[in-house]
Ligand binder design. Sequence first.
Ligand code: P6P
Length: 332
Amino acid sequence: MKHHPQTLGEFIISNQKDFEYSSGELSRLLNCIRLAAKVVNHEIRQAGLVDITGTVGNVNVQGEEQKKLDVFANNVFINALTNRNIVCGIVSEENEEFITISGANNANRNKYVVVMDPLDGSSNIDAGVSVGTIFGIYRRISPEGTPVTLEDFLQPGNMQVAAGYVIYGTSTMLVYTTGNGVNGFTLNPAIGTYYLSHPNIRMPEQGRVYSVNEGYYVHFPQGVKDYIKYCQKEEEDRPYTSRYIGSMVSDIHRNLIQGGIYMYPKSSEREAGKLRLVYECNPVAFIVEQAGGRATDGYRRILDIKPEHIHERIPLFAGSQKMVEKAESFLR
Ligand code: P6P
């Protein structure tokens, strides 16, 4: 009898025990993300056809031109989370302030908040390059029954109860952790079902791929320059291969499977790098660590850094344990 790969729904039910504090709420939250991802996936797969890859003519809080799909994805996730009355608050890259979910169905009693980048790498959309959704889930720390507060979203990443990403690539995958390892689910778009395709993903502790935008080389700190030259040297197991897709979820996903290091260092142009601590680096760091990798800002463990504001930027070195440690040795 052909082995029937487990569906995401079956996986969540069979792992319900992992959510010890949850009365099924975290499962419902993950189910909500899985539905929203299907809707976003559908639009992305036909973006070129229905001319929604243009811009909406305004810019988001990051000062970046907002692509229609950015706005669309943001609305899909916010509406799904709101309509299912699962969370009491949301932080999104697309929204300057945090979003309080209130309303008649006293959402203030919900115990979780979500932080997300609804469509990371969206500048690649018109180029047909894969993009991703990144999300992190925290238990609120403010009292149940009261409106969510800023502090609920400024918890260190080590307080996440779950984190994941959706990669809209050659296939659409949902990869997430609840603190018990990392599992990858591939969407079968024909029937809208996700199947467990990558159980218990383990990141090789050494890889041969380094991902960094070498266009900024001249602006990097000396230690980063030295590490890049180390990667290129003809000795031992090097030179490594350079792969930089310009979509972090894709680079992280490839490195998670094959091994490698992704770097977005600070530079003379960007004192704190470009990536956002709360809804890009923390979820990615949780996943990378749960798969056996390492994620720091070059000096400090990402998950231990207390965010000061919701759109705070931080440098990121994430990937195979030995590669990140080597890069850090050049920074000291
Ligand atoms: P740069 C996309 O905008 C993103 O946030 C990451 O997904 C990606 O790795 C990085 O920025 C690309 O930035 O400066 O290299 O173009």
